[in-house]
Design a protein around this ligand. Structure first.
Ligand code: PSU
Ligand code: MN
Length: 324
């Protein structure tokens, strides 16, 4: 059964995309997919909007190196002059990291940036679409979007959550930031039919900078193979929804959590007093929290992404073995 799912996914790879397709797959990625080797999709809003230059570029390169060290192929997704690139060259990564005024590209933005030949960083939702079209079942990010606080009134609910509801990709992340309403985010994911599991033995759903959120995760997966089994079952059931694997920040990097939490509260208050709304909220808070913690939050952010890349690559390798 799974061999068939995998074959269908692989048939959707670059080599079947016509030249005028909006998707452009890097040869290293298409070759790995054709040879049934593990590939890990990576997002790029974190590069264009999530971290300041040059930390964004060094982190993106380090993450790709971590994936390679686990014997998987990295496929960083980004939009360059209207092409949705799956796997970026050194020059393309550099271009996105330095590009001022690039678009934060979610599902709803994809048609516009493609039609206008624009460039931008793909969020979790847009990266999931690219990964699914290319046949990459595992995708690693830092944190996903969620239901914003007061989201029951503003309806500011990230398209990442609805994407997880309709696109069968496993997203490996450090959970959801406490700038969001974590309880409602988990409720919404349940409504969307997304299977959520914490990686490891903790019963808590992690809150990005902190390994605990106070909310219980519906499930746990204990190791890469156990996570791969969950992904395999999702694919073979044909439920068409995604899986969220939440990896707690390693304990040694969670120490600064309390200081970061205070900074988050300050930044949140500023967004309402300064009228910052919509898609500008997350980038503003990330940048402000970094200033308020004198870079501590950035260090923790980088550390958790490194860890996610390692765990996600191990999961991709385990899945690839199971699917052979
Ligand atoms: N959370 C983070 N860092 C990020 C993002 C979320 O801790 O960089 C980015 C991701 O790309 C995510 C997007 O998909 O923000 C969600 O944005 P919004 O809340 O506007 O949907
Ligand atoms: Mn939003």
């Amino acid at each position: 059964m799974l061999k068939r799912v995998s074959a269908v996914m692989i048939r959707r790879g670059l080599w079947t995309f016509p030249n005028d397709s909006p998707f452009q797959v890097h040869p290293s990625v298409s070759q790995a997919l054709a040879e049934n080797r593990p590939v890990v999709a990576l997002e790029s809003t974190i590069i264009t909007h999530g971290m300041p230059y040059p930390h964004n570029l060094s982190t993106a390169r380090e993450v790709e190196a971590i994936v390679r060290a686990q014997d998987a192929t990295p496929a960083t997704v980004g939009v360059i002059e209207g092409k949705v690139c799956v796997g970026l060259s050194v020059e393309e990564l550099d271009f996105l990291a330095r590009c001022d005024g690039s678009v934060k590209v979610s599902r709803r933005d994809l048609p516009y940036v493609v039609s206008q030949g624009l460039s931008g960083g793909t969020t979790v939702s847009a990266t999931m679409i690219a990964a699914q079209r290319t046949g990459i079942p595992v995708f690693v990010t830092g944190g996903i979007g969620g239901v914003h606080r007061d989201g029951e009134n503003s309806l500011d609910i990230s398209a990442d959550l609805t994407e997880l509801g309709r696109t069968p990709i496993a997203v490996v992340s450090a959970g959801v930031k406490s700038i969001l309403d974590i309880g409602r985010t988990l409720e919404f994911l349940e409504t969307q039919g997304v299977c959520v599991a914490t990686y490891g033995t903790s019963k808590d759903f992690p809150a990005f900078f902190s390994p605990i959120s106070g909310f219980t995760s519906p499930y746990q997966v204990c190791d890469p193979d156990n996570a791969a089994q969950l992904i395999e079952s999702t694919l073979s059931l044909g439920v068409h929804s995604g899986v969220l694997i939440a990896v707690p920040i390693p304990q040694e990097h969670a120490a600064a959590g309390q200081q970061i939490e205070r900074a988050i509260q300050t930044a949140l208050a500023e967004t309402s007093s300064q009228g910052i709304a919509g898609r500008d909220v997350t980038p503003y808070i990330l940048q402000r929290v970094n200033e308020l913690t004198q870079g501590e939050s950035l260090l923790a952010n980088i550390a958790l992404i490194h860890n996610n890349a390692k765990v996600g690559s191990q999961i991709a390798c385990a899945l690839s073995k199971r699917m052979k």
